[in-house]
Design a protein around this ligand. Structure first.
Ligand SMILES: [Zn+2]
Length: 317
């Protein structure tokens, strides 16, 4: 006995439907890793973004459950379909890595994006956290394996990252912001107009991009992290007598580092001065010391300005 259900808005498939299942005319469909145990057939979609390779033609038995109506987003969760699924006339379909155990067939799509460069990233259910939906927000502190964002216009903030981890973004116009210290974030994009912004202390590598107009921005190195003592502080703390003072200033006139040769415009000059102070005023400079340069590559101060526990310090140094 087959059933037909009419919905408006979003629909999530969790495993209550009798297979084969047919989804008719949805806007966006998100097929998560491990979602379909049988075959998946996609007919007449506009854009298909897939990290699962499409294969041979599949035949599907007569439909048991039809889902139609004014569908917006459809989410097919992990382990939710033990049989087959047909998706007809979708606008965008996003298919994660290893989403289909059987075969995937895509017919009549207007445009298809498939990047096979990283075939097996860590499974998403090993990740620290994830969010699925529309305009949601997620905050994760120091993930150890990964963070996943699925849907549209979601925002994830990953803070105080000290480990290497994956970021898996499925869908459209999601944004992920990363602040970290000496770690690597490996990014997997499926979809369009997603963005990742990272602090200068995080290395970002894009491992997969099935899609278009996704972007990664790494913020400029914070030059104040290289400065221990400003000129103002060095002079301001003296009152009377002859003193040797040291301070650091931004070096704005160099585009490579005289110390290590790196191409960098984030650089400081270390200065020394031998000064006689009278009632807080520098009244005489005995000589002007040399200038030493340091950049973000060679400075021993090129570390994020955070308190670390002892074990974290051991990890870093
Ligand atoms: Zn340098």
């Amino acid at each position: 006995m087959s059933s037909s259900s009419t919905y408006s808005g979003d629909v999530t498939l969790n495993g209550d439907e009798q297979e084969p299942v047919k989804i008719v005319d949805p806007e966006n469909v998100h097929v998560k890793s491990g979602a379909v145990d049988g075959n998946l057939k996609i007919l007449n979609a506009e854009y298909v973004y897939t990290n699962t390779s499409a294969g041979d033609s599949v035949s599907i038995d007569s439909i048991e459950t039809e889902i139609s109506g004014t569908l917006e987003d459809a989410y097919i969760e992990k382990s939710s379909i033990t049989g087959d699924v047909v998706i007809v006339d979708a606008e965008d379909v996003f298919i994660e890595h290893n989403a289909v155990t059987g075969d995937l067939q895509i017919v009549g799509d207007e445009k298809r994006f498939h990047d096979a460069s990283d075939p097996n990233p860590a499974p998403r259910d090993h990740y620290d956290d994830s969010t699925t939906g529309w305009k949601r927000s997620l905050s994760v502190t120091d993930p150890s394996t990964g963070v996943a964002v699925i849907g549209g216009q979601n925002k994830a903030h990953i803070v105080d990252a000290t480990h290497d981890f994956d970021v898996y973004i499925t869908g459209w116009n999601n944004h992920v912001e990363i602040s970290g210290q000496r770690n690597t974030a490996t990014i997997h994009f499926i979809g369009s107009e997603n963005s990742v912004t990272a602090s200068a202390y995080t290395d970002v590598e894009v491992a997969t991009e099935s899609g278009h107009d996704n972007s990664v921005t790494v913020k400029e190195f914070p030059i104040n992290d290289l400065i221990e003592t400003t000129k103002e502080d060095a002079y301001g703390s003296r009152f009377f007598g002859r003193e040797k003072i040291t301070y650091q200033e931004p070096a704005l006139d160099k585009d490579y580092c005289p110390n290590c040769g790196a191409n960098s415009n984030v650089m400081i000059q270390r200065r020394q001065a031998d000064v006689f102070f009278l009632f807080g005023f520098a009244v005489y400079h005995f000589d002007t010391g040399g200038v030493a340069y340091e950049c973000e590559e060679c400075s021993r101060n090129a570390q994020p300005d955070v308190e670390l526990t002892e074990s974290e310090r051991k990890d870093i140094f």
